[in-house]
Design a protein around this ligand. Structure first.
Ligand SMILES: Nc1ncnc2c1ncn2[C@@H]1O[C@H](COP(=O)(O)OP(=O)(O)O)[C@@H](O)[C@H]1O
Ligand SMILES: [Mg+2]
Length: 373
């Protein structure tokens, strides 16, 4: 195995792997239905197959575009043989027939609270190696309350929380306003709007009702962490795990009338390819002590949740300046266009890795776990 060594921003070594084998790689993914060739229009937001489907403004926010799928394909095809397999109901038989050496999986899944786990579970059943976290880790991280229970057991700071299955559950809230209310198992800022930050009981009730009705799942009520916010990309496993340059979401750069949340409005409406909403600083300006604290908290989180190959972890400081974990993204967004402000590729660029190297690295770490390289 050959490795090319480069120095990153901290003078630590970034490994940009060179594969010593050409592998047969299948890529599993889901694409947004606007894309011309999409076949199964099943919105992922609905957690029950019996639920009346009512696509909301953010229904497809988690799914990728062909631009991303093709960029991943091109990155892997620089080195390997590539086949695309859409992660739909036909995927099991296709993969069984194809028998690739390894799958590069970034499928968000179609339906249900275990949607992200479906591909890893069938790949495990078929005994085909695959990149990224396994079904268990993906399932736990998609249910933010389950992930927080594990963090709490390991004394990793995270906001106090309560799961509301119905509006009456707010009588059990034991912490102070302001609070934030979000769907228990979504990503890509789905369900998180400016109104999610609530200052009184009336607003809290309204938000819970909105989440229960529009997203057909429990609401997670959390104490609002009022400090600086960061998102941290990790690449690798065990002693090879590296933290890429930390990104700060600078709330002081938000327009005055926009609440300090990385909400759906902030992620997808204010920030478009054409109208770049530049509130990201990478590497974040941090004193050494805080930087070490963030890295330590994030690495412990990655390890206790048994994340594999890569993940992006959201962190916010509480009023005492302590880094708290907001959530873990074991399937990080990987939009290739720098103007899209996709965090993982942005952090990789700051470390001196281009998009193709990032994708190849994630695959390399997976291949290494399976002793394929
Ligand atoms: N407890 C919290 N305190 C402060 N801000 C929060 C809290 N939870 C979420 N947020 C804000 O909402 C954003 C989206 O929440 P997050 O749980 O990361 O959802 P998603 O999975 O959609 O990214 C965060 O980036 C942060 O700005
Ligand atoms: Mg997030």
């Amino acid at each position: 195995m050959e490795r090319q060594e480069e120095k990153n921003f901290q003078g630590e070594i970034i490994l940009s792997p060179r594969f010593n084998v050409r592998l047969d790689v299948a890529i599993t993914f889901n694409v947004k239905p606007e894309s011309e060739t999409f076949l199964d229009e099943v919105p992922p937001v609905q957690n029950s197959p019996h639920h009346e489907l009512q696509p909301a403004v953010d229904t497809y926010a988690e799914w990728d575009t062909w631009e991303t799928v093709n960029a991943v394909k091109d990155a892997i095809a620089e080195i390997h043989n590539v086949t695309l397999v859409e992660a739909n109901n036909d995927a099991y038989l296709k993969l069984k027939e194809l028998k690739p050496d390894i799958v590069f999986n970034f499928a968000e899944g179609l339906i249900g609270v275990n949607r992200e786990s479906h591909m890893p579970a069938i790949l495990e059943m078929l005994q085909i190696p695959y990149s990224g976290s396994d079904a268990l880790t993906l399932g736990i991280c998609l249910d933010k309350s389950r992930a927080k229970e594990i963090l709490t057991y390991h004394n990793i700071p995270n906001a106090k929380f309560l799961v509301a299955h119905r509006t009456e559950d707010i009588k059990n809230v034991r912490f102070d306003f302001p609070l934030i209310v979000k769907p228990i198992s979504e990503g890509s800022s789905k369900g998180i709007f400016s109104s999610s930050l609530v200052k009184n009981t009336k607003e809290l009730e309204d938000e819970i009702t909105r989440i229960l009705n529009s997203y057909n799942q429990p609401a997670l009520i959390e104490e609002f962490l009022s400090g600086r916010e960061f998102t941290v990309a990790i690449l690798g496993n065990g002693d090879d795990a590296q933290i890429l340059p930390i990104i700060e979401i600078r709330y002081e750069d938000f327009p005055q009338d926009v609440v300090p949340l990385y909400s759906y409005e902030a992620k997808w409406i204010l920030d478009t390819k054409e109208n770049n909403f530049d509130v990201f600083e990478c590497p974040a300006k941090l004193d050494k002590q805080l930087e070490e604290k963030i890295k330590n908290t994030v690495l412990r989180t990655y390890n206790v949740l048994k994340c594999k190959d890569w993940s992006r972890i959201d962190v916010r400081l509480d009023k005492h300046g302590v880094p708290n974990i907001i959530e873990i993204n074991p399937l990080p967004g990987i939009m290739p266009d720098p103007n899209e402000n996709s965090s993982f590729p942005k952090a990789a660029r700051a470390a001196g890795m281009n998009y193709n190297q990032l994708i190849q690295s994630a695959l390399y770490h997976a291949a290494k776990r399976y002793n394929l390289v």
